[in-house]
Unconditional design. Sequence first.
Lengths: 260, 411
Amino acid sequence: MLKILKYSFYDLMRSRWSYVYFLFYLALGFVLLFLNNDLSKAVITLMNVIIVLVPLISTIFGVMYFYNSREFTELLLAQPLKRTSIFLGQYFGVASSLTLSLILGLGIPFVLYGLFRSEAIWDFSLLLITGAFLTLIFTVLAFIIALANENRIKGFGYAVLLWLFLAVIYDGLFLLSLILFEEYPLDNYSLVAITLNPIDLSRTLILLKLDISALLGYTGAVFKSYFGTRMGLFISIGMLLLWTILPIWRLAYMSKRKDF
Amino acid sequence: MGRFQLLWVLLLFVGTSLWGKTIEVCASCEVKSITKGVVLAADYDTLLIKKGTYKEFNILIDKPLTLLGENYPIIDGEEQGEIIRIVSDNVTLDGLFIINVGTSYTSDYAAIRVVRSKNFLIQNVVLEKLFFGIYLEKSNHGKVYHNKIIGDAVDEYNSGNGIQLWYSHNIEVDHNIVQGVRDGIYLEFSDHITINNNESTNNLRYGLHFMFSNDDVYTNNTFERNGAGVAVMFSKRIKMVGNTFRQNWGTAAFGMLLKEINDAEIVGNTFEENTIGINIEGSNRIVYKNNNFVNNGWAVKVLGACYTNSFINNNFLYNSFDISYNSKLNDNKFEKNYWSNYTGYDLDKDGIGDVPYRPVKLFSYIVNRTPETIVLLRSLFMDIIDFSEKVSPVFTPDDLLDDMPLMKRTR
């Protein structure tokens, strides 16, 4: 598995796309800092970017890579190799190269602008951690979609739909349900609902850092213990881990059964 | 006013050194207790209290005296009741350490109570384990300077206030540190008070509380981690300048709470990391100028019946919500503020954005209605509907806008 991981990783390192991705983040980081010249404000803007763009790029990139390397995968399948190690190796190759581009691309401009001397360093590292989690999660979801659909157009369609659903539609439906049932106690429901969506989950993680004073304004004991103590942080990170591990396990399971 | 008081204090000192004598109080002296010392002393004498522990309470000071502590002698009230009561003009307390004031549900026992007296000076006093700290009752022209009040209050119903003024006028409260009591500083029916350079932190209810008190000024104070920083209620013409309100967090926590306040000036204050920076209710003709609102949940929450207020030259930086309204009516003016969320441009380079800024978001309206939706803060969906509301306001007051938003923050 490590060999395949290494191969995929180097393959991507050589490919144009990871450079484009890397350069995109690099440019974004520099432009943001150039326009704002204020680390804490840039962190807020960056949060929006990470929550929206990282899932989108990971999904598209994951699907694209899987379809493109299909012939190579078939070649590998003919060898005496474990199936899980072929697919997981490819997955980890893609995910780690994307994560690396993200961390380096955003890290370099911020470090150059004096991140280590600033108080924003914790907010920033939290951003990078959630960004890495989102990359891992959405790449594996993309792989699952690609593995389940032979038809490329369909695969791309589902992948984009998945992103659209989790990034926008889910929140819309969630808001609608909150307003419809506003007479009922909703704090448990709303906390469960945000943990069921990895994008919302990473958003709350960042909110815990940036907007804690607003979150504490709501009068509910459940909210208070969730946001006011360390519990929120631990639960969110735990759920993100679950969101990463469960789909990977599913991918391994699917790869064993798949007919080629 | 200050000059007048200074003169008095000076006169007092000159007076004591000229014709007052000094009585020493200590465990091995002739006079062993403060009560006895007060009885023996003549007008304008000084009681020099040496280091030691004095287990006394209900010390009645009924003549103009100076009680001077040497190395902070401890006066232990053993929770029996009130400790020092001043009923004479021209009394000075200096350098005492007073602990264990009795708790009562029927009378407000205080460590130091001043009743119907003038020209008193209470300075360098440390109070611990108290019920009420310094209680000024119908006393005028005094000074409470550089005291430290450290309470251990847990519940509001059985705790008292640090410094309480009741029907007292022309008092200076300066350089005090108050923490862990119910209200740090409490004013009721007290006019012409100046409150400067105090630090009021970790109090159960309010750092500073005004009730029916007019024409007061407070400047350069710090209010941190209180139930609410400052509550100004039913008062007129209060000046609030250069204060800092920080980390007043919680469900009903405000940096500043204004209720039925008219004609006040709020200038150059900093509101940082409060759940609600300023909560305004029924307050008219207030000028907000040069304030900084940084990282608050709500910078300003307007609850209604607020007319002709003006917000000029303030900085609104990184607040989750800048302004929140609960009605569609607006009679307040926002002009030349800096909003960190402003996304407009300045083509003619005059430092003023060409597009007006709308500080009230649709989302804040939704959160007012269904508070649980706060978890959707900063989500893409919310940004989209906020944007559409910005383009054509339906739910938020459409005349509430800053026509001249600044491009750079004011200093």
